[in-house]
Design a protein around this ligand. Structure first.
Ligand code: PLP
Ligand code: ZN
Length: 376
């Protein structure tokens, strides 16, 4: 990975150049999504960076000008393990889990954060602001500390105590906001504007997505028929799919991409069932899967397009089924994940019942967050 010309940020729709401290927000002129252009390898190649551990071995395919600006805690390269006992309980022989919670701060968010904070340091950001139900905040707080940049994390007043403690542990300021998740986001954006701070906004930040693409680079080494993950804003779903497309051999058969959402907040599933191309308004109810509670996912259209393109499926899961799936995985395999992550486990059972997944298929369940974050 050598020093290269810097990435540039532009509106994907109208072409307006975008100031990078606001790269996570929609275009101020036309509200289009912001994209980055960068001189990078189109086919990622892990061997090129073989002397570093983790996802930066794909550095030549990632948007950063100077390798000296990398802020890394060793994220990426997560293990894939077979689930023989859980599989047998459901009549499946080829079910695997990718342990995305084996990450520096315990969730897949570290894949995106390492890119965002590296680039933020490269452009000289003096303060980072993020809004989060917990995991993105803990991730940004840790990488900000690693970079020596102060961070302020806005969280819902009801976020789990263990997650708030994790954010505060690495020295970030925590601001609790009452009201719906959108109020937390608005407060963070307002603060970022008034302080001229860098807004991380992982759900809209193209650098975050560039980092989550490495999940797809890793999955491309395997041959799965199905991939199932929980989805809120869809950063791992969209980034993972794009990364898989970049990394897969020409004409390779890609896995079907499935998603699960909590019944209390399932705008993508509602749209999918009605054959709509964009998320539909929903009536929200409380859920224990707080990491997937996004009522208005900014990438909804893209998520639905990927479901169609990959012949995927979308299912909603009740909280009691989430709790049962967490317990069953922990007791049969010794793997304890947080409720949001257990959505994917319950999601596979639902698709098996619907005969979308068959018992002999090769299935990958993405385990996105550690059980330590939300003790059972
Ligand atoms: C953030 C998060 C999700 C959802 O990711 P999105 O990018 O919002 O779709 C799922 N599981 C865990 C553990 C998370 O932290
Ligand atoms: Zn625009």
């Amino acid at each position: 990975m050598a020093v290269r010309p810097p990435p540039t940020a532009r509106c994907d729709r109208c072409g307006r150049p975008i100031d990078e401290v606001q790269v996570a927000l929609p275009c101020p002129d036309c509200a289009g999504p912001v994209g980055i252009s960068f001189d990078s390898e189109t086919r990622p190649n892990a061997r090129r960076g073989a002397r570093v551990d983790g996802l930066w071995r794909y550095g030549a395919a990632l948007p950063l000008r100077d390798p000296n600006d990398v802020v890394s805690l060793g994220e990426g390269d997560t293990p894939v393990v077979r689930l023989p006992r859980w599989g047998a309980a459901h009549g499946m022989r080829n079910v695997f889990a990718k342990l995305e919670y084996i990450a520096p701060t315990g969730s897949f968010k570290d894949r995106g954060t390492t890119l965002v904070v590296s680039r933020a340091r490269e452009i000289g950001a003096r303060e980072l602001i993020e809004d989060s139900s917990g995991n993105a905040g803990a991730s940004v707080a840790a990488y900000a500390a690693r970079a020596g940049i102060p961070a302020i994390i806005f969280v819902p007043a009801g976020a789990p105590a263990a997650k708030i403690a994790q954010i505060a542990a690495t020295g970030a300021d925590v601001v609790r906001v009452e009201g719906p998740r959108e109020a937390v986001r608005d407060a963070a954006i307002e603060a970022a504007r008034s302080r001229n701070a860098y807004y991380v906004g992982h759900n809209g930040n193209p650098y975050f997505e560039a980092g989550t693409q490495t999940f797809g680079f890793e999955v491309a080494r395997w041959h799965f028929g199905h991939v199932m993950m929980p989805v809120g804003g869809g950063s791992l779903f969209v980034g993972g799919w794009r990364g898989l497309q970049r990394a897969a051999a020409p004409r390779a058969i890609l896995p079907r991409f499935h998603l699960a959402q909590p019944t209390g907040c399932a705008p993508i599933v509602a749209a999918w069932r009605r054959g709509m191309g964009r998320p539909v308004p929903i009536e929200r109810h409380p859920t224990i899967a707080g990491g997937a509670e996004i009522e208005h996912p900014a990438r909804g259209v893209e998520i639905l397009r990927i479901l169609t393109a990959s012949h995927g499926g979308a299912v909603d899961i009740h909280d009691d089924a989430i709790v049962a799936a967490r317990h069953e995985l922990a007791t049969l395999e010794g793997i304890d994940v947080e409720p949001t992550s257990a959505l994917a486990v319950a999601g596979v059972i639902a698709l098996l019942r619907d005969a979308v997944i068959r018992s002999e298929d090769r299935v990958l369940i993405v385990l996105t967050g550690s059980g330590l974050k939300v003790p059972a």
